[in-house]
Design a protein around this ligand. Structure first.
Ligand SMILES: O=P(O)(O)OC[C@H]1O[C@H](OP(=O)(O)OP(=O)(O)O)[C@H](O)[C@@H]1O
Ligand SMILES: Nc1ncnc2[nH]cnc12
Length: 191
């Protein structure tokens, strides 16, 4: 059963129905057992993204606590891209991509990450944002924290300040938050 995160704002309501955003997410997300491998309880948020009201409520709730603290939004491949582009559009900022290895065409910083299922190498263009910029990093799920800690390291190498991390769902038992140092982390629900 999913429970609201302690950092979850009970006051973040979807625009029209006034349904709390955590309830909206819990109603729409689907748990798929043994995907992509045995033993994983996969939390599928695609129904949340497919619902226009839910997508808007989620994006609004993720950016609201960081208002005025960031110059750009970053998305972590692949599902983080959906949130980051929407958040950048909503806040009038630009979007940058933290990509899996081999996808970015120009010079990159490169960091290895260990994830809930497997490992991945993440890359960031060295010149996507000027040093000194402040970036809000979004993804759909915080599990072990391998992806977001790799993103933090990439931005650190680029001299870019991480204003905070925003995720729709935090898998608390995997303790990913501990790998994110002193950064602000906003999760809309915990499971
Ligand atoms: O906290 P972690 O253990 O790093 O896990 C979280 C990451 O895992 C998932 O991505 P996945 O690697 O499955 O890639 P995808 O978005 O391309 O499907 C999810 O979208 C996060 O990016
Ligand atoms: N259990 C999970 N469900 C969905 N996305 C994930 N990313 C890492 N672990 C995950």
């Amino acid at each position: 059963m999913n429970t609201p995160a302690s950092t979850s704002p009970g006051t973040s309501l979807s625009a029209s129905a006034r349904e709390p955003v955590d309830e909206l997410i819990n109603r729409l997300l689907v748990t798929v057992e043994d995907f992509p491998e045995p033993g994983i309880h996969f939390k599928d948020l695609t129904p949340v993204f497919a619902d226009g009201r839910a997508l808007r409520a989620v994006v609004d709730a993720l950016v609201e606590p960081f208002a005025g603290t960031f110059d750009a939004v970053a998305g972590v491949e692949a599902r983080g891209f959906l949130l980051a582009a929407a958040a950048a559009y909503a806040t009038g900022t630009g979007v940058v991509t933290v990509r899996k290895a081999g996808k970015l065409p120009r010079e990159t910083y490169t960091v290895e990450g260990t994830l809930e299922y497997g490992t991945a190498t993440f890359e960031l263009h060295t010149d996507d944002l000027p040093a000194g910029s402040r970036v809000l990093v979004l993804d759909d799920v915080l599990a072990t924290g391998g992806s977001l800690s790799a993103a933090a390291e990439l931005f650190g190498r680029a001299g870019i300040t991480v204003a905070g991390f925003g995720v729709v769902l935090e898998l608390s038992e995997l303790r990913g938050r501990r790998r994110l140092g002193g950064h602000r982390v906003r999760s809309l629900i915990r499971a």
